[in-house]
Ligand binder design. Sequence first.
Ligand code: AMP
Ligand code: ZN
Length: 113
Amino acid sequence: MIKEDCIFCKIANGQIPCNFVYETDEIVAFDDLNPQAPIHTLIIPKMHFETLEDINDIKLLGKLMLAVKEVAKIKNAKNGYRTIINTKKEAGQEVFHMHIHLLAGRPMLWPPG
Ligand code: AMP
Ligand code: ZN
């Protein structure tokens, strides 16, 4: 399902032009508009799910995690990378189409803000 007013649905389904870093029939990855690290790519399902809480398909969840590893390879994040899934408002989610952030290319701090 695609949600009409969802920016990531529009990107995933070609209504907004975007260079995909990675694409399968169910998943796409593209660079974040406002990168927080030298490498900052978003991995998303093409289908609309508001948050991680709304995905119960373990195959899709597995494919998303495998996609993270593929994107890390494509981006040559060989020294390591951080993955983040902001889930709901308090966690900082701003775009309500589930996405995984992949950040790399600089040392990461812990704990995160
Ligand atoms: P979150 O706060 O986890 O919901 O992250 C949303 C992310 O989407 C932010 O890092 C934004 O910079 C990014 N973003 C918003 N609109 C776009 C867009 N059109 N293309 C690429 N990234 C976007
Ligand atoms: Zn969507």
